[in-house]
Design a protein around this ligand. Structure first.
Ligand SMILES: Cc1ncc(COP(=O)(O)O)c(C=O)c1O
Ligand SMILES: [Zn+2]
Length: 407
């Protein structure tokens, strides 16, 4: 038995039953899932969570699922790593990385939202799921639909990295490349959803899907020993993850699992697509859409669906937003790999370089417990590093040739 009450409009508060709906019919506000927190409080304890297998379903009472957990894969519960080397280089004693570069099965945090959406799609009786994707979502929808025995239709911008394309095609979904940016793809998918019975996970099922990424936040709290970080740096595309991490912290506070939250939330974007961080820096409550142009393709969303709420979380939590150039994105990827042995994708490079920039500005405090959100894997975005890795020596298998190149 689940604890879902239904859907609720974030703007006017109007309530809806449990259904595949994402926008309020009265005020066009976005809908979100509402839960029976009193019921959850009676049923769920920290000890109960800790006794369960290490995957995202250990928080099942807080997921928007009514039936049984039908995903038989261990999604989530990725490592929270103490970044000792990077911390030393930056003068930070309490620096951590939440590493979804190794999330199962497709190596990004998107498996959390898709696992949730797939189960909800089944509950709603859909046989086909779909998505508009910047790459990671495409991988995840294809893999998890294969696992769940559903059909998948995936639409992506035509210029995605080959790792993202092959990492989608291998699962044999219907994959379509679309000329244009993610925002063009998303608009097309919204039109398709109006005509075909396809559960687009990030459109039709958006409220249900989004709550899957709350588990990224729950895990951080549990892995820190049931406390929230003082500071967290989150990559932003549609702004769903950043709002859901904060929602997760708020729910744990409401359930009495942790003390009052004092976390400052910092948003990270690439300068070539930075509607949210630009709005924060300009002191605006809402963003102006942009046309993306950056190597950080996974987070290149110029018209973010939850951008308004992302800005709100940053401002209300006392955080800030910052963005970095494509050169800095590459530098961030290399710094993380060289210091911590983690190969992250471009979004992770954005987070690392934004964190450094915020430290230099004095906005991130060196002595505070800080979590940097690593959300995807570098093997998928190798093109971003093209031409920056240096020439390699090639030798015949002879000692004298080795001695010449070994310094
Ligand atoms: C690796 C990675 N990190 C972060 C994000 C940002 O997520 P959101 O759209 O929830 O802001 C994405 C979105 O596609 C992503 O692929
Ligand atoms: Zn409304």
């Amino acid at each position: 038995m689940g604890f879902v009450k239904g859907l609720r409009c974030r703007e006017c508060g109007r309530e809806y039953k449990t259904e595949p709906k994402y926008v309020c019919e009265f005020c066009f506000g976005p809908l979100e899932v509402s839960y029976d927190y009193d019921g959850i409080k009676k049923s769920l304890t920290k000890e109960k969570i800790a006794s369960r297998p290490p995957d995202m379903f250990r928080y099942r009472e807080l997921l928007p699922i009514d039936g049984d957990i039908t995903i038989g894969l261990p999604v989530g519960y990725t490592p929270l790593v103490r970044a000792k080397n990077l911390g030393k280089a930056w003068g930070m004693d309490k620096l951590y990385l939440k590493n979804d570069a190794v999330n199962h099965p497709t190596l990004s945090f998107k498996d959390r939202v898709v696992a949730t959406a797939v189960m909800k799609a089944k509950e709603f009786g859909f046989d086909t799921i779909g998505c508009a994707s910047t790459g990671n979502l495409a991988n995840s929808v294809s893999a998890l639909s294969a696992h769940a025995g559903l059909k998948a239709i995936v639409l992506v911008p035509s210029d995605l990295e080959s790792g993202k394309i092959i990492g989608t095609q291998i699962y044999n979904p219907t994959l379509i490349k679309v000329f244009g940016s993610y925002d063009d793809v998303n608009r097309l998918c919204t039109e398709i959803a109006g005509r075909h019975k396809i559960a687009f996970v990030n459109i039709t099922l958006r409220p249900w899907y989004g709550d899957g990424s709350k588990t990224y936040g729950y895990e951080i709290v549990e892995q820190l020993g049931w406390r929230t970080p003082d500071q967290i740096v989150v990559p932003i595309a549609g702004s769903s993850l950043i709002t859901k991490i904060y929602k997760a912290f708020g729910e744990f506070e409401k359930l009495g699992f942790i003390d009052k939250i004092t976390t400052s939330v910092f948003g990270a974007q690439a300068t070539g697509c930075s509607p949210v961080t630009t709005a924060v820096k300009e002191g605006k409550k809402n963003f102006k859409p942009q046309k993306p142009h950056t190597i950080a393709k996974s987070i290149a969303i110029g018209n973010p669906a939850d951008g308004y709420y992302g800005i709100k979380v940053i401002n209300e939590s006392g955080g800030w937003g910052e963005d970095v150039s494509d050169d800095e994105v590459v530098k961030g990827m290399k710094i993380l790999a060289e210091h911590e042995g983690i190969f992250t994708e471009t979004a992770g490079g954005v987070v690392i370089s934004v964190a450094k920039k915020l430290l230099d500005q004095g906005r991130l405090k060196k002595d505070k417990l800080t979590v940097l959100c690593i959300t995807g894997n570098g093997f998928k975005t190798q093109e971003a590093l093209g031409g920056t890795m240096g020439e390699l020596p090639v030798i015949h298998p002879r000692l004298d040739e080795f001695e010449k190149v070994y310094k």
